[in-house]
Design a protein around this ligand. Structure first.
Ligand code: AHR
Length: 589
């Protein structure tokens, strides 16, 4: 499940390395400023110019006034809490510029805060009095990773003296996932890949809905070249550039080979406002336009817009979620019905996900969210055991175990990870019904989060994983296609929670066990008629205290792999450590 929260989009997995790159608004959504930019050189000043915009979306520019002087004059950007330079990495930089007098080249550098140039390139075309796009490639000569760096565009002051230079729509990307243009920061995308995902729910969460109807996420403002994208005030207290937009999310799904689960705005925003039934039509049309943009032939109105944006081939959309957490509203009944009717009549094959109870129309899948503590997760373990099976499925669209209260200040500790292991195990036992599950929130920039706990932590330099990440990754990588019946002869669930399954294709048996207790548990396991090889593999996540957390400096809690011997082809003992989440893998003979 993905939305821009905890600074995980702009500044996070969206690989754009510069901050305040198009001067549409400041970080709080207020009037644009030069924040995160500094002037380079003594004989120059910078300001936001409101009279020299690039286009009707980017109506301002960053203006550099050069007075007569010597040395350099330029603008520097400090990035998102730094500009990361890695040995051997290539950087694609671009920006628009014009000048009322200067006609030379522009020097582009990445340099340390104290002025040591790490990479440099000059534009090949001269600046003119009309905005044009400049693109350069830089290649790091640095031997170490560093972040205390600046991105600088400068000129020789003597040559530019008396002129103003106007800049707009800067971009800087290092290595991206699959080399995708305008793509994903590679280490964060790799961390997502490590979860072995099957689908991607986007763009929210709350960040779909907007605090107000007007500040909802609007697909059409997130597509096209960067210079045409309109930012918005996100729902998590900071400006969203929409540099990462609808098409980028679809490319992400393709690059990961995963199914898009598209959340669509359904007429409810977070200050509690619902669009009246009689006024819904334009919002429904907005969704239909979005779907035509994604799935329509290149000859259709919005399909041709997609083609103009570089993607001729239509995408497939098989899952659409109408709204988000609509139990907060009292109006889902009429809103769901209206969106459901419009979407299903145009796209009858799509599976519709409902987010709240309503009786007006059916659903294929129901989205339940659980942010709960460990004892609540123990209770939820069996929630779906006796739940009605009526042909619809459950989607856990968001879950996460907290330790001392949802949804802030809670550590991403081993205890939280084990709560997740219990919950995941209970859901897997009901996998006929609970067909999809997603942790939320997925990422946080350390120290800049709005929600805790989160699965993957990062800063400008690197990424590190929580115990919950490793639990989900292990549970996800070791997937059964059949859940096996388990008869237990001694005791009920707790402190041990288990599920067993097999996979015909890989010829594996998986036994997944969470032990939330403070003592080890020795268990005799008999596979009955299943015959397996007499050596198994155990992947164990454990630690000597529930409070253990991973940090940037140290990954204390992570899976450790070992092998174990069976007594025979279907019989063995295994001791599950205190505070542990374990996957036992056996190979069918
Ligand atoms: O995951 C954080 C938030 O929790 C989501 O935006 C929202 O759907 C839920 O309340």
């Amino acid at each position: 499940m993905y939305e821009d929260i905890n600074r995980c989009g702009d500044s996070g997995i969206y690989g754009h390395m510069l901050r305040n790159w198009n001067f549409q608004a400041d970080d709080t959504g207020a009037a644009p400023s030069t924040e995160f930019w500094s002037v380079v050189g003594d004989g120059a000043t910078i300001s936001v110019d409101v009279d020299n915009g690039l286009n009707n979306v980017n109506t301002n520019s960053l203006r550099l006034d050069v007075s007569e002087s010597t040395g350099r004059a330029g603008v520097s950007n400090e990035g998102w809490w730094g500009v990361r330079v890695q040995p051997g990495e290539k950087y694609q930089a671009s920006f628009f510029a014009k000048s009322n007098g200067y006609t030379g080249a522009l020097n582009v550098t990445i340099e340390t805060a104290d002025g040591t140039v790490l990479d440099s390139a000059a534009t090949s075309e001269p600046v003119s009095d009309k905005f044009q796009k400049f693109e350069v490639t830089l290649e790091s000569t640095a031997s170490d990773v560093s972040i205390d760096n600046l991105f600088v565009v400068s000129v020789d002051s003597a040559e530019a003296a008396g002129s103003s230079i106007y800049f707009q729509v800067f971009s800087l990307f290092g290595e991206t996932f699959e080399g995708r243009e305008n793509g994903l920061r590679k280490d964060l995308a790799d961390s997502m890949q490590g979860l072995n995902p099957s689908f991607f729910r986007f763009p929210g969460g709350n960040n779909l809905e907007g605090q107000t109807v007007d500040t909802r996420w609007k697909w059409n403002e997130t597509v096209g070249p960067l210079e045409e994208r309109i930012g918005r005030m996100g729902d998590w207290s900071y400006w969203n550039t929409n540099g990462q937009g609808l098409l980028d999310y679809m490319y992400l799904c393709e690059d990961f080979n995963i199914e898009p689960v598209l959340g669509v705005y359904a007429g409810y925003s977070l200050t509690g406002v619902s669009v009246p039934e009689g006024d819904l039509e334009p919002y429904v049309q907005e969704v239909l336009n979005e779907l035509e943009y994604l799935t329509g032939p290149a000859g259709s109105k919005y399909g041709s817009l997609r083609a103009a944006h570089g993607r001729k081939k239509p995408f497939n959309i098989n899952y659409i979620e109408i709204g988000n957490e609509d139990w907060f509203s009292t109006t889902y009944e009429y809103r769901y019905k209206t969106f459901y009717d419009a979407i299903t009549s145009a796209y009858p094959h799509v599976k519709i996900i409902s987010t709240a109870d309503q009786e007006s129309r059916p659903w294929d899948i129901f989205d339940d969210h659980y942010y709960s503590n460990v004892s609540e997760m123990e209770g939820l373990f069996s929630k779906y055991d006796n739940y009605g099976r009526n042909g619809t499925a459950i989607f856990i669209g968001e879950y996460g175990t907290h330790v001392n209260g949802c949804c802030n200040g809670s550590p991403a500790s081993l205890e939280a990870g084990l709560g997740d292991a219990i919950f995941l195990t209970g859901m897997e036992r009901n996998a006929d019904l609970v067909q999809m599950i997603a942790y939320a929130p997925m990422f946080k920039r350390e120290g800049h989060e709005q929600w805790n706990p989160d699965l993957i932590h990062f800063d400008t330099e690197t990424v590190w994983y929580t115990p919950a990440y490793y639990v989900l990754s292990e549970w996800s990588k070791n997937r059964a296609d059949t859940i096996l019946q388990v008869d237990h002869t001694d005791g009920e669930f707790g402190p041990l929670y288990w599920v067993a399954g097999s996979n015909k294709k890989t010829k594996q048996v998986f036994i997944k066990v969470a032990n939330i207790g403070d003592t080890e548990q020795k268990v005799t396991i008999n596979l009955k008629s299943l015959a397996v090889h007499t050596e198994g593999v155990a992947r164990v996540i454990t630690g000597n205290s529930l409070d253990l957390e991973n940090s940037k400096e140290s990954t204390t809690v992570k899976p450790e792999e070992s092998t174990f011997k069976l007594n025979s082809a279907n019989d063995f003992e295994y001791t599950f450590p205190a505070y542990s989440a374990t996957v036992l893998l056996l190979h069918i003979q």
